[in-house]
Design a binder for this molecule. Structure first.
Ligand SMILES: Nc1nc2c(ncn2[C@@H]2O[C@H](COP(=O)(O)OP(=O)(O)OP(=O)(O)O)[C@@H](O)[C@H]2O)c(=O)[nH]1
Ligand SMILES: [Mg+2]
Length: 391
């Protein structure tokens, strides 16, 4: 599958930069292309220049709202982010149109942090423009949810997340949810290492995008998971999980491939990777709520067998009984078996309900504060009414 990837705001831009790296890796290791164009859009010029892999020209690192923000961001006001994106949408769309081999692109992937201002506000606006302009290409959003400490210390974070999620869900074909907090729960040393978290966020997409683009027969699985399968699966609220199992690199001399005991071990390794993928989903959710799902197994071809594929299928059916399940095998990895899982069309997501409920109860307080500010400003203005003006 080939994507045009557009990162909005700081968080989005940096993760889009990771996708640009994945594409380089696919080109050098596998001679295939998975990202036809990667772009970063921001109101903050410094954030754009901090990226490493997205092309440096103004058509790939796109500064919006220059006049309104002076190139310094929108300070978490996502209404302003949305406003600026509406004014500058044509600039973004025109740049995306310059993508080489744009016609080969299967879908758009837009990425942003929900808690900030620029990305949170502009993602739904740009998604809507892309949907209107390119009816034949799905528009997917990947939304990064804030850390717990941000939610606790800043109410605006929750409000931004709620408005971003609601607006994006109404225009995008699917919303992939990524919870920042999940990554530090797993490894607290990551708290101050956003680069590492970004790499972990992007990694599961590597095999998923590569699998359908392989041209060499020896890397093509018994059941290829291609762009069509992914597009059929990814709809509405979506989460992604990824797990790996190490395999012995060398087979002992004389060891037989068809040994039934060996086969049992392979299946066990597969289940272990699947367990990890399910317990490390990008956001905590109940798998039973998903209506569409897929899994991809990548391993050296000699480690792959029908039992393994079937076992993992049974596993997923057990936890997501109402889902239509698609699957694929990808004979590529060396010394590693990995499993990628997508659970999609989720009928309930607790965290999102939390953002919506919490924001609704915040609205009166936010309005009251705005009114108080307006009253105070009015009082100053009134006090100045007899002072002559210089302009
Ligand atoms: N995973 C990850 N999260 C990030 C990164 N940078 C920021 N965030 C998260 O994204 C949210 C803030 O969004 P930003 O992307 O910084 O904000 P912005 O879109 O640039 O908007 P403004 O700076 O307010 O104009 C917070 O919840 C951060 O924790 C990053 O590189 N990786
Ligand atoms: Mg910013």
């Amino acid at each position: 599958m080939k994507l045009v990837v557009i990162g909005l705001g700081q968080c989005g831009g940096r993760i889009a930069d990771e996708f640009a790296k994945l594409n380089r890796r696919a080109a050098s290791q596998r001679k295939i292309e998975i990202v036809t164009g990667s772009f970063a859009v921001n109101t903050d010029a410094a954030d754009l220049s901090g990226l490493t892999t997205i092309r440096r020209d103004y058509q790939h690192r796109i500064l919006i709202g220059g006049r309104k923000t002076g190139g310094h961001g929108v300070g978490k006001i996502n209404e302003l982010g949305a406003e600026i994106a509406k004014d500058d949408a044509d600039k973004v769309i025109d740049a995306i149109r310059t993508t080489r081999r744009f016609y080969e692109t299967d879908a758009f992937l837009l990425i942003a942090g929900a808690g900030g201002g620029t990305g949170s506000g502009s993602l739904p606006v740009i998604a809507q423009h892309l949907k209107e302009r390119y009816m034949d290409k799905p528009v997917y959003a990947c939304i990064v949810l804030p850390f717990e400490h941000e939610e606790e210390t800043e109410e605006r974070t929750i409000y931004n997340a709620a408005t971003c999620l609601k607006s994006t869900y109404s225009v995008a074909d699917a919303v992939v949810l990524i919870d920042n907090q999940r990554y530090i729960r797993k490894d607290s040393s990551l708290r101050n290492n956003l680069d590492k978290i970004n790499a972990l966020i992007a990694e599961p997409f590597y095999g998923l995008l590569c699998a359908g683009e392989e041209k060499k027969p020896k890397y093509i699985g018994a059941k290829v998971l291609d762009a069509g399968d992914i597009m059929q699966t990814v709809v509405g609220w979506t989460v992604i999980g990824y797990g790996t199992s190490q395999l012995p690199l060398l087979r002992l001399p004389g060891e037989r491939t068809r040994d039934f005991r060996k086969k049992g071990t392979e299946t066990q390794k597969g289940v272990q990777a699947m367990d990890e993928a399910m317990s490390e989903l990008s956001l905590t959710c109940n798998p039973a709520d998903s209506r569409r799902a897929l899994y991809l197994i990548s391993a050296p071809s000699r480690e792959m067998n029908v039992d393994l594929v079937k076992e993992l299928g049974d596993y997923l059916r057990g936890v997501a009984p109402q889902a239509i399940i698609r699957n694929g095998d990808y004979p590529r990895q060396r010394g590693l078996l990995d499993v990628t899982v997508i659970l999609s069309e989720l009928s309930d997501v607790e965290k999102i309900r939390y953002y919506y409920t919490k924001s609704t109860s915040l609205i009166p307080a936010v309005q009251k504060r705005q009114e108080e500010t307006a009253t105070r400003l009015k009082a100053i203005e009134d006090a100045s009414k007899d002072i002559p003006s210089l302009i």
